[in-house]
Every structure is written in C-alpha cells, then in structure tokens.
Ligand binder design. Structure first.
Ligand code: RB5
Length: 148
C-alpha cells in the first residue's frame, strides 16, 4: 500500500498519478491535500513520512511545486529516505542504491507522462541489498541516530 500526499503545487500531478496507480491496480491512500487550494507542504510531507516510517505503508509518493520543499519536510522524519526525482535514472537508482522509501515529484517541473515513467521505474526497482549499498544506507541510519 502506497501513501501519497501533496500541497496545492503538486495537487494536479497527484490526481494524475492516482489515475495511473488505479490503472495499474495499485492501492494507495491519499493523505491530502484534497482540493487545489493554497496549503502548506510540510504538513503533508510529514504526515506521509510518518505513515511510511511507522511501517503502516510500504512506500510514499509526494508532490509539491518543485518536489523540493515536501521532500525536505519528509526527510526530517527519522527513517524517511525521500528522493526528489525529475528523471527515470535517478528514480531507479534511488531504489537500487539508496533504498528510497519515498519519492517526491514536482508538479511544476515534470509533465504527467514523464511522471508516470518515473513512478513506474521507482516502484519496479528493488534495493540491491547485502553489499556496499546496504552498508552505506546503514551509515545514514547511524547518522540519524547520532551514532555515525
Ligand atoms: C508552493 O507555491 C511551492 O512553494 C511549493 O509547492 C513547493 O514548490 C515548495 O518547495
């Protein structure tokens, strides 16, 4: 199950990606915003990050105007590894190398077609566990715990 959220800047792209997830038969919960009215991205970034890091949701996808603010907010929650992507390569590698558990997209940066490809690559790529990439992700976790 995927948790998703946006501010007004990402609202339209979020609505488009909801249609894409529906077409793929993928389940999600939309944590808001629920209408295209000015609101504050930290609220939605944190809510979705908490839903993911608690283990309640497997992955999270966030949207704001650039993907920047909402990913910064999400990454303040311990255990969140949110990567702001505007290309397919970064989306795939953020899973393969960084075990990203959250994806952010900029509704004013990427078009709906590219956003679908980014989401598909991100959802379809597995983490390369058991090697140097896992060691590095563990180092990030240690930094978060002030043990790094
Ligand atoms: C809202 O205007 C905009 O600042 C927000 O969507 C996002 O781009 C922030 O990083």
């Amino acid at each position: 199950m995927i948790a998703i959220g946006s501010d007004h800047g990402g609202f339209e792209l979020k609505e488009h990606i909801k249609g894409y997830l529906d077409a793929q038969g993928l389940e999600y919960r939309d944590f808001g915003c629920h209408k295209n009215e000015r609101c504050d991205y930290p609220e939605y970034g944190a809510a979705v990050a908490k839903a993911v890091t608690s283990g309640e949701y497997e992955k999270g996808i966030l949207f704001c105007g650039t993907g920047a603010g909402i990913s910064i907010a999400a990454n303040k929650i311990k255990g969140a590894r949110c990567v702001n992507c505007s290309d397919v390569y970064t989306a795939a590698l953020s899973r393969q190398h960084n075990n990203a558990n959250m994806l952010a997209l900029g509704g004013r940066v990427v078009g709906p077609g590219l956003a679908e490809l980014i989401v598909a690559a991100w959802l379809d790529t597995a983490f390369e566990s058991g090697g140097r990439h896992e060691t590095r992700v563990d180092m990030i976790t240690a930094i978060e715990k002030n043990e790094g």
